[in-house]
Design a protein around this ligand. Structure first.
Ligand code: ADP
Length: 525
C-alpha cells in the first residue's frame, strides 16, 4: 500500500543517503570513505582557525570579586555585573538594550559612545559605590565581542571585518577595547576594559568556575545558532605563539604553561569532505550565503537543522507524495527557505505518543499542515527524519570533543613519535574526521603508541570536565546521551573513557565567563 512504501522510503533515505550515518552506519560510512581519495598533501586538516586567546588559566571556583561584563552580539547590547562569591557561586545583575539600527552603520564614535553610555547608566544604578579616584578600585570589565578580531593581547584585538549587518568602516583595523575604553574615559567612568572575550571561551571559564571538584574544565563547547569550542592547550604545542617563526605575537603570561585555544571548529571539513553528506546537505550548502565553508556547523547547529529537515520533507513530498493529501496553509514556512526553527525538531523528537499526536500538532503549529489531515505514517516519516537529523548532529558533535580529549592526552599518555603515518584508509568516516581534527590541533595519534610499550599508570578515575551551552544541546531530547553513545564507539574511549566525561550546561558564558576572564587578565598586567 501507499503508506507502507512511504515508510520504507523514509527508512531508505535515512539509511542510504547517510542522513543517519554518524558512527552508527559504519558500513555506509566505510563505503563512502573508500571512495574518497585521501591525501595528506591535499589538506593538512588546518581548516580550523585555532586562535590563541591569550587566556592562560581557568578558574577553580575560589575566585572572588565584582566584575563587569558587556556583550555586543548581533542585535542587543548586554551589560552585567557579576559578584563571584569564591565558592563556585555567583550573583548576576544585568540590563539589555537593543542596538539602534542607525548606529550599526555609523562611525565608531557614535557606536562606542552609545555603548559607554549604557555602561555608565548601569554603573550609576548598581555600583555607585565604585565611584572612587583610586584606580585600584576601578571596576574591571570583560568585553564579549562577537565579530572577527585579530587578538594581540588579552585586552587588545583589532577588528578584521564587521558581520551581521554592522558596517562602520572607520573601526576596521582598530583595537575595539581601546575604542570602548576611550569612550568610557570620556565619561569619567571608573571602569577598565580588562579583557576581550570570545563567547566559547566564556563558556569554558563559566563552567570551570561552577563545576564541582578540583579538576579545571578542559573544554567549552557551544551548540546553539552556530557551533564552536575552546579548550586548554599546553603552550609549547601552540606553535602560532611559541615557534621561532611565530609573528606578531603580543605579550602574555607564560607562567601557567597553558593557553586557551578557540578552535572555530564550525569550519571543520571546509575542504576535506569527510563528513556525512546527503542531497539535503548539499542543497542547503548551495543555498547558503557561504557555500563550501562552515561544513561541520551546517550539519550540527541550530541555524541549519530546520533547513535540512525542510529539504528532506520537500524531497519526500515530491518523490513519494508525503503530505500529498494534507491541507497545507498557503503561507506555510515549508515553502520559505531557512524558516523552520530547530525547536520543531526537539518537539517532534520528544513525542512519545502512540498516535503521533504531538508530532501532528507541532506540524500544524509550525508548518501549517492541518493535523487531522496527517496520516500516522506521514507523522512517523517526519519523526524518522527528525530523529536522523538530530541524532546525527549529536553524534557529529562527539567528533571534536573526542578529538580534543584524545589529542590533549587526557585518555592516554602523551605520545613521543611524530604522526605522519596515520593509516587513514582503515578508519571509518568519522574516524578519519577525528584523525584530521587531531592533526589540526597538532594531536597525538594512537598510532604513536606502539603496541608493546607499557601504558603508564594514568589517573583513569579523574573526570574530564566539559562545559556546554546553546539551545540545541540544552533542549534537544537525548542530545547528550547521543554524544555519549558516539564517544563509546570511539575505540580510544570505550565505555570507560566515556564515563570519565563530565558534561554540564554553563549558562551565561558572556556574563560570568567574561567576568572571569577580566579576573585572570588582572594577573597579567
Ligand atoms: P545563540 O547561539 O544565538 O546564542 P541559542 O543557544 O538559543 O542562541 O541558539 C539558538 C538556536 O537554537 C536557533 O538556531 C534555534 O533554532 C535553536 N533552538 C531554539 N530552541 C530550540 C529547542 N527547543 N531545541 C533545539 N533547538 C532550539
Amino acid at each position: 500500500s501507499e503508506s507502507i512504501s512511504l515508510f520504507e522510503y523514509t527508512s531508505k533515505i535515512t539509511a542510504q543517503q547517510t542522513l543517519d550515518s554518524g558512527m552508527s552506519l559504519v558500513e555506509k560510512a566505510t563505503e563512502i570513505a573508500g571512495e574518497l581519495e585521501y591525501s595528506p598533501e591535499q589538506n593538512d586538516g588546518r581548516d580550523m582557525t585555532m586562535i590563541p586567546t591569550y587566556v592562560t588559566s581557568v578558574p577553580n571556583g575560589t575566585e572572588k570579586g565584582v566584575y563587569l561584563a558587556v556583550d555586543l552580539g548581533g542585535t542587543n547590547f548586554r551589560v552585567c555585573s557579576v559578584v563571584l562569591n569564591g565558592d563556585t557561586t555567583f550573583d548576576l545583575t544585568q540590563s539589555k538594550v537593543a542596538i539602534p539600527k542607525a548606529l550599526m552603520v555609523s562611525d565608531s564614535h557614535s557606536l562606542f559612545s552609545f555603548l559607554a553610555k549604557q555602561v555608565a547608566d548601569f554603573v550609576e544604578t548598581h555600583h555607585s559605590d565604585h565611584f572612587s579616584e583610586d584606580p585600584e578600585h576601578h571596576l574591571r570589565l570583560g568585553f564579549t565581542f562577537s565579530f572577527p578580531v585579530d587578538q594581540k593581547a588579552i585586552n587588545k584585538g583589532y577588528l578584521i571585518r564587521w558581520t551581521k549587518g554592522f558596517d562602520i568602516p572607520d573601526a576596521i583595523g582598530k583595537d575595539v577595547c581601546a575604542l570602548l575604553q576611550n569612550e568610557i574615559d570620556a565619561l569619567g567612568l571608573p571602569v577598565k576594559v580588562a579583557a576581550l572575550v570570545n563567547d566559547t571561551v566564556g563558556t569554558l571559564m563559566a563552567r570551570s568556575y561552577t563545576s564541582p571538584g578540583k579538576t579545571g574544565t578542559l573544554l567549552g563547547a557551544i551548540f546553539g545558532t552556530g557551533t564552536n569550542g575552546a579548550y586548554v592547550e599546553k603552550l609549547d604545542r601552540i606553535t602560532k605563539m611559541t615557534s621561532a617563526s611565530a609573528k606578531d605575537v603580543g605579550e602574555y603570561d607564560t607562567s601557567t604553561g597553558e593557553m586557551v585555544v578557540n578552535t572555530e571548529w564550525g569550519s571543520f571539513d571546509n575542504a576535506v569532505n569527510v563528513l556525512p553528506d546527503s542531497p539535503y546537505d548539499r542543497l542547503l550548502d548551495q543555498n547558503s550565503v557561504n557555500p563550501g565553508i562552515q561544513m561541520f556547523e551546517k550539519r550540527v547547529s541550530g541555524m541549519f537543522l530546520g533547513e535540512i529537515l525542510r529539504n528532506a520533507i520537500l524531497s519526500m513530498k515530491q518523490d513519494v507524495g508525503l503530505f500529498a493529501t494534507s491541507t497545507i496553509a498557503e503561507d506555510s514556512v515549508l515553502n520559505t527557505p531557512w524558516s523552520i526553527d530547530t525547536s520543531l525538531l526537539s518537539y517532534i523528537e520528544a513525542d512519545s505518543t502512540e498516535d503521533f499526536s504531538v508530532t501532528k500538532e507541532q506540524l500544524q503549529k509550525d508548518l501549517g499542515i492541518s493535523a487531522s489531515t496527517i496520516s500516522d505514517d506521514e507523522a512517523r516519516a517526519a519523526k524518522i527524519l527528525v530523529h536522523a537529523i538530530g541524532k546525527r548532529s549529536a553524534r557529529l558533535s562527539a567528533v571534536p570533543i573526542a578529538a580534543i580529549v584524545i589529542a590533549t592526552g587526557k585518555l592516554s599518555p602523551p605520545a613521543q613519535a611524530p604522526i605522519d603515518d596515520l593509516g587513514l584508509k582503515d578508519l571509518s568516516l568519522v574516524g578519519q574526521g577525528i584523525e584530521i581534527l587531531r592533526r589540526a590541533i597538532g594531536g597525538r595519534s594512537p598510532a604513536d603508541l606502539s603496541a608493546d610499550a607499557p601504558l603508564p599508570d594514568i589517573q583513569d578515575e579523574e573526570p574530564i570536565d566539559i562545559g556546554v551551552d546553546g539551545s540545541v544541546v540544552e533542549f534537544y531530547p537525548g542530545f547528550e546521551e547521543y554524544v555519549r553513545e558516539a564517544l563509546r564507539d570511539v575505540p580510544e574511549f570505550g565505555e570507560k573513557g566515556e564515563k570519565r566525561i563530565r558534561m554540564g550546561v554553563a549558562k551565561d558564558g558572556s556574563g560570568v565567563g567574561a567576568a572571569l576572564i577580566a579576573l585572570v587578565a588582572k594577573m597579567q598586567y
